[in-house]
Each structure stands twice: as structure tokens, then as C-alpha cells.
Ligand binder design. Sequence first.
Ligand code: WT7
Length: 635
Amino acid sequence: MIPQIKTIEEYHQQYTQSIEHPETFWAGIAEHFEWKQKWTQVLEWNFTEPKVKWFGSGKLNITENCLDRHQTTRRNQTAIIWEPNNPGDKSRHISYGELFELVQQFANVLIQQGVKKGDRICIYLPMVPEAVVAMLACARVGAIHSVVFAGFSSQSLADRINDAECKLLITADGMIRGEKKVELKQIADEAMQLSPCVERCIVFNHKSFTVQMQAGRDLWWNDLMAAASPLHEAESMDSEDPLFILYTSGSTGKPKGVLHTTAGYMVYAAYTFKNVFQYQDQDVFCCTADIGWVTGHTYIVYGPLLNGAVTLMFEGIPSYPDTGRFWSLIEKHKVNYFYTAPTAIRSLQLHGEEPFKGKDLSSLKVLGTVGEPINEEAWHWYHQNAGKGNCPIVDTWWQTETGGILISPLAGITLLKPAYATLPLPGVQPVLVDEKGNEISGNGVEGNLCIKFPWPGIARSLYGDHERFRSMYFSTYPNLYFTGDGCKRDEDGYYRITGRVDDVINVSGHRIGTGEVEDAIDEHGYVVESAVVAFPHEIKGQGIYAFVICDRNVPDEEVLRSEIRNHVSKMIGAFARPDKIQMVNALPKTRSGKIMRRILRKIAEGDTSNLGDISTLIDPLVIDAIKAGAENLNG
Ligand code: WT7
């Protein structure tokens, strides 16, 4: 059993030990896993190349830790509860024994399809247990999974497949989320037109939609499974062998494939799950994220299964068939831990207390939030209405790159402060730095958040581009991992994340690079140039505001706006559609040709009283025109 901190004194003690003797500390945690061969060196690292190796020379397979080791004690215990989009459809309960068998079978399917250790496999599936089976089967045979969120467009899917040169794609006929039908196989077909590296496509029949199956390439999941043996000996993996790639957005360029490796990720996912949520055996854990994001990887799949937990997978959305869906789901499955995003909380807050009426939420012990800063009002609303004032809220700060939670309260142990992620977990050494990279010490301060020592779950590289990895995270401030977030440390030493300080926008917890949206907008025939910034949005946290220069007279601005939005949907996905589009004649640029986004951000926020220093602009008059246009647009 993975150790669990029980008191705040114990937290402080362990934290100190983890900083003074990190190797001893993490070796003590790693001992609680199944190894095929023990490590010889706990940690080897530098943040200059950068190079990070945890549990060097260890051999293991993460699926033996998720599945095999539970067979003697939990064969008949539920591993996954699946709640479908339509509450009238049957939910599923899959035991550790059944999951073990399915994963072994699918591992054999992969081998029959020629999959070898180190191959990349793309998973583009709805929120169904088969997605978990596919991920674990990849890990079992040593293939690297790259899960792509099923809300991405065919173009985005193709970009991700091509970047990792995936030879196999696993998808489904389609899905229905809320009332929206999504033809996944059709989108996958379009993507495969652009991705010649895909040799085979395995299709899971989820909704019996009509699909085109290309002979020689496309195969049905069920046919392959029926013919596959349920016994598979897990591949022996090195601690530092890649486990998965997950694409995320940065401030510039194409999405990057964040690479996580086996042992460090495993130890960190399992440890943080057990300690942050204070998970107790047999309890039901529900994380509402999609497995297409890191939250789903770590806290729907790996963290819970490594702990032998019961993990609930919800296919639907919070507003279908009505805005009480989360609360019905908690009541129906007697959920004990509920982990969701601030944007979902804010959208439900609009509907008041009515949706809670008559629902028994007494099973709840702990609430969690993740993905973006939570405002105090939403925090209190969640605490009062979902938690009835009795459940601690863990505001968990982390990133795709961190593999697991870095700063968070431990449920029921850490004294809470609304909207604060509070304290670093053992092994995590946050520092705040100023613009010049000087460390800001003491409390009651604010700066850019960096981490100065590796924790086991830190990403090891960007797939195929280690230099970009170095320059994105380790070059801004020498010898520090730079998170891209701004952060306060208050008088009590508590951390409060204030949001991104780079050109990354967080829309409903979806991380979007301004550059990606600009590239998509610029492809429109009328558009010469665009600049995209965030503005505060009541529900989504941040919305997307695009300033667009056109090279000719626009016959109908509304038509152009909808064309631009549709094009962004097509290139990226519907979640990246700009909320506001303002046509402008020019953008505020410095003499060196750089767009002054700071000014555009202010205008988008509707705060133009003090635009700061504009002396470096070539033509300050441009600003007056943009301000006037913005007032027009926003009424
Ligand atoms: C960015 C990472 C890792 C989970 C899902 C998002 C923001 C995340 C919090 C929080 C304030 C948060 C940060 C971070 N963020 N959690 N509790 N409070 N901000 O992963 O897509 O990699 O995004 O999400 O800005 O850098 P991601």
C-alpha cells in the first residue's frame, strides 16, 4: 500500500525530508510497487540539457501495477464504473478481473497487428472503458500511446498523428455528447487522408453509426477481440522508457508532444492520487475530465488503478439531460470524491440551487477542482451546495508537463483558503522569480512560478524535439523549470496561481495557444493579419478575442465572422472558436514589428484607462481607432 500522510505535522515532516533527502524519500515510495528488477540509481539530473532520470536501471510494466497485482485481492471488485451520456442507457461495472482480461486480449490484438515496443499508437475515442483498455494494452506491449481528445478536428488529429508517426489509430464509429452527434470514424477517415503513416485503424462500435470501412486498413474492435487470447505476459520496460505522448499548446508554434516515461510517472500518479484526495479503499472516485487531457490520464486511469480504486468514467456533459446531471450521477453511484473544473462549476452556478433538490449527496467526502484558477464565489458555491459545507475542496494546480498535481491541499489535512492551491506536495520545490530571474524570497510576494528540483512525474522531453523542450521550459531562467504561470505567495506561505503569463489562453480549462488560433484565422482569404488575446469570461474563465486586418472591403462583417469561426473549428476544434472578432485597419506594433499584445489585452478586457507605456509604438493613433471599434463591438 502506498503511504498516506495523515496529519499536517506528518505533512511538514515528510515535506522536509523530501527536500533534504529526495532520493531516500522517493525510493521509500517506489518500494511499494511491483518491479521486475529494482532500480540501481534513484535520481540523475540536470536542468541544463535538461536530463532527468528516475529509478535508473529499474524494470517494470505499469500495467502489472494497475492490474496483475490486484488479481489476488480485487478480482471481483469494480475497477471502472461507466456512466453513459444518456442516463436511460445502462451503466457498466467492470471488475479488476474483467479489465485485466480485456487488456491482455487487446495487447494480443496489438501484437497481431504488428505493434512493437516503442511504436506510437493514436487513440481517438469517446469516454468509454475501451479507451482505458486501449491505453493499458499499449503500455502492456511497450507501445507509446498518444490520446487525442475527441473534440479535435480532423486536421488537428492528423497533425498529432503525423508528428508522432503513429502507425495505428484506434477510434470508434461515433459518439453522442449531450444531444450532439459526432461522427468520429468520418473525422478519422479525413485525418488518415493526411496521415499516410497510419497502416491500420481499429474501430470500436459504440453507437452503430454507419461508417465506411476501408479493406486492408480498417478492422472492427470486436472481431479482433473475439479471436484474441486473454493471456499476455507484460513486456519488461525500462524505468525511463516512454509511456505516453500528450499534445498540448504552447505560446508559439504547433502543439507539442509532451513525453512522459514509465516509472517516475507511475510513482507520482499513484502517490498524488492517494495523498491529495486521501483516497480510502473501496471508495468511488469520479473525475469529470476527458481522457484526452492529462487529468484523465492521471486521475481517471493511472492514479486510481495503481491504487486499486473504483474510478468512475462519465461519458456525458454537466447540462444533459438537465443541469442536475452531476448531482444525479453522484447520488446514483454514491460518489465519494468528485473532481471537476471551475468552468463547469460556474456554468452550473447560473442555475442556482434548484437542480440539487431531492438529491442525496451524502456520499461525498472530498471535492476537487483543476485546470484554471477558481474564483472565490464559485469556490463557496461549490463548497455549500455540492459539499453542504462539509467537504474539503482540493484546488489542485498542475500541468500536462508535470504529470501529476504539484501544489494542492491534502484533503481534510491542510487548512483551506478559498482560491488558493495552498502548499506544495512533498518533493516539490516551488520558487517565485522576478522578470530578471532573481528568486523572490519571503512571504507576501508575487512572481513567475518555477520549480527548482525534479519530481518523479516531470515530463522528460517533447517528442522528437528535445531542443524545443529545453528552450520552452529551461531557458527562461537558468536551472529552473518555468511553468508559464504567475503566482502569489501570501503571508502564510500559501500559493495562489494567478494565471498564465505567456501567450497561452485557458478557455474552459482547454489550453490554447494564441499563435494556433491566429494561424487558422490568417488562412481566410480576406485576412492579412490577426492578433488573438484572452479576455475575462464569466463562465469559461477566459474567452478568445481576435483582432483581424482584412485586405479588402468586407461585404458583410457578420458573414466573415462566422466564416472565421467555422474555419477555426475546422483547423483546431469547436472549443477554440473566437468569442469576439473585431475588424481593424492596423495593429499596434513596435518599431521592431512586434505586436504589443499587452495593449490589445487591455482593450479586450475593456480597461483602457491606463494602457501603460506606448512610446515604443510606431503609430500611437492606431490605438484610438481600435478602442473605438472595441466600444462599438461590445456595445
Ligand atoms: C495550466 C495547465 C493539469 C490539469 C489540467 C490542465 C492552469 C491548472 C490550475 C489551478 C489555477 C490552474 C495553469 C497551468 N491550471 N490547474 N488549480 N489553479 N490554474 O492542464 O492543459 O496542461 O494546463 O492550467 O495555468 O499552467 P494543462
